[in-house]
Ligand binder design. Structure first.
Ligand code: NAG
Ligand code: NAG
Ligand code: NAG
Length: 424
């Protein structure tokens, strides 16, 4: 048997497109052969150059169009003509049969072993950085363990912690994008995590919501699949019934992540009574942690809709009109009025935290076109604004004496004054 690296020269007869793709891959092949799962990187490039410039494959093969990509394993596999392998694979020529054979490259084998070590005991060790190209098979094992009726609650909790860690890994240095949150969906993990919300164990509820929220954050594909999988109803039920504060926090995080920039989900959230559930949460939350988050959600929904209607959307493409149309259907304003938010949101101004007050002020300004007539007759709001104005005015003054140039307190003061102007 003769092992050989496949050199760049061999590939010169490939079409320009393939060479372009190859260059992309080669530049990324350095460490962990990240192209393993990327079919567009599927060209034969082998790393182990210490084996010399050894034999080339028959020259006719270099003319071949690549018709299929073979995923190597730790066993040697015979390649048929036209089959290509991912970068980083180890290819050898079997001199007896004259055929090429492939298995995982050295680096890959190392991590293949690593993976067994990492997940063998049921959880990953985070300081061992497991490369992303194996993370979907790690995820498959984790999901199997989560789904296995003989797993204990402790084991399931560990699985959720690992999943939460994994779904953040969208990109890593030297690799192409691997979207673990989407792997979670494609491996059937979403229904499992949603069921976790409905668990009788609050720790499972809390961590399932955490995984869900992290997977949904800024991930439109996951948002869509979650809604299609019934996530809205499950989350809404969880939001209405979750008991300890820390579970409520995580469920709210997941709800906010699901609704963000997703008018279709917002519409259904409202039509299923979402604002009513938020109203009850707000009233019951004396501590204020949830209050600030809820008011921020309202602010996000109002400002997204406004931005869409004023053409200030970040993306302007053919789906723009459709988004405008969908946002138009979300009855945020009517719901704010109907569920009493014009009177409720100002209560957040009574918080002692600058950050909460700032969030409240921004939301109140965004709600002003809908709420101004309610604000005007709200003597408690008028009083709060007057006292905040004095307080932040004094703080800005004393900062000016010290010589600060720009100030957070000056920003808050501006918000207070802007709101006072709106109410005149
Ligand atoms: C569930 O876990 C047990 C114990 O680890 C194992 O023996 C069994 O094969 C697993 N079942 C499935 C369906 O994976
Ligand atoms: C969970 O287990 C059920 C029944 O054993 C099986 O049908 C389902 O495919 C499993 N789901 C996942 C994601 O492993
Ligand atoms: C949630 O759990 C309850 C009781 O454990 C069950 O009756 C209900 O069907 C579950 N809901 C979902 C959506 O799985």
């Amino acid at each position: 048997l003769l092992s050989f690296p496949v050199t760049m020269e061999r590939l010169s007869s490939f079409s320009l497109l393939l060479v372009g793709l190859l260059l992309l891959c080669v530049s990324l092949t350095v460490s962990l052969s990240p192209c393993l799962r990327q079919s567009d990187c599927a060209l034969t490039v082998v790393e182990n150059s210490e084996e010399g410039e050894g034999g080339a494959v028959g020259s006719e093969e270099s003319q071949e169009e690549v018709t299929e990509v073979v995923q190597p394993s730790e066993q040697w596999k015979t390649l048929s003509p036209g089959q290509a392998v991912p970068a980083g694979s180890h290819v050898r020529l079997n001199l007896q049969t004259g055929q090429r054979e492939v298995r995982l490259g050295e680096e890959q084998l190392k991590y293949w072993t690593e993976e067994h070590r990492c997940v063998g005991r049921g959880h990953l060790i985070h300081d061992v950085v497991c490369p992303l190209f194996i993370s979907s098979s790690i995820m498959r094992r984790l999901l199997e363990q989560f789904n296995n009726s003989s797993s204990t609650t402790e084991q399931r909790l560990k699985v959720l912690l690992e999943l939460e860690y994994l779904v953040h890994q969208v990109t890593a240095p030297h690799t192409l994008t691997v979207d673990n949150a989407q792997s979670l969906c494609s491996l059937g993990g979403l229904p499992l995590v949603l069921q976790g919300l409905n668990s009788s164990d609050v720790r499972l509820q809390e961590n399932s919501a955490f995984v869900l929220g992290s997977a949904l954050s800024s991930n439109p594909a996951v948002q869509v699949q979650a809604v299609e999988g019934g996530a809205l109803q499950m989350l809404l039920t969880a939001l209405a019934t979750a008991q300890p504060l820390r579970v409520k926090k995580k469920v709210l995080f997941a709800v906010a992540a699901l609704l963000r920039h997703f008018p279709h989900a917002q519409l259904h959230f409202l039509s299923k009574g979402g604002f009513q559930v938020l109203t009850e949460l707000f009233r019951a939350d004396a501590g204020g942690v949830l209050r600030a988050r809820i008011v921020t959600m309202l602010y996000d929904m109002i400002s997204e809709k406004l931005m869409s209607q004023s053409g200030l959307d970040l993306v302007s493409d053919e789906s723009h009109q459709e988004r405008v149309r969908q946002y138009h259907q979300v009855p945020v304003e009517a719901e704010l009025l109907e569920k009493g938010w014009c009177g409720l949101a100002p209560q957040l101004l009574q918080s002692t935290e600058h950050d909460h007050r700032e969030k409240a002020l921004r939301a109140l300004l965004a709600m002003a076109p809908t709420c101004w007539h309610v604000y005007r007759s709200d003597t408690s709001l008028l009083g709060s604004l007057r006292s905040l104005q004095e307080q932040y005015h004094d703080m800005v003054q004393s900062e000016m004496i010290i010589g600060e140039e720009s100030s957070y307190y000056a920003d808050i003061l501006e918000l207070v004054q802007a709101l006072q102007v709106r109410m005149k």
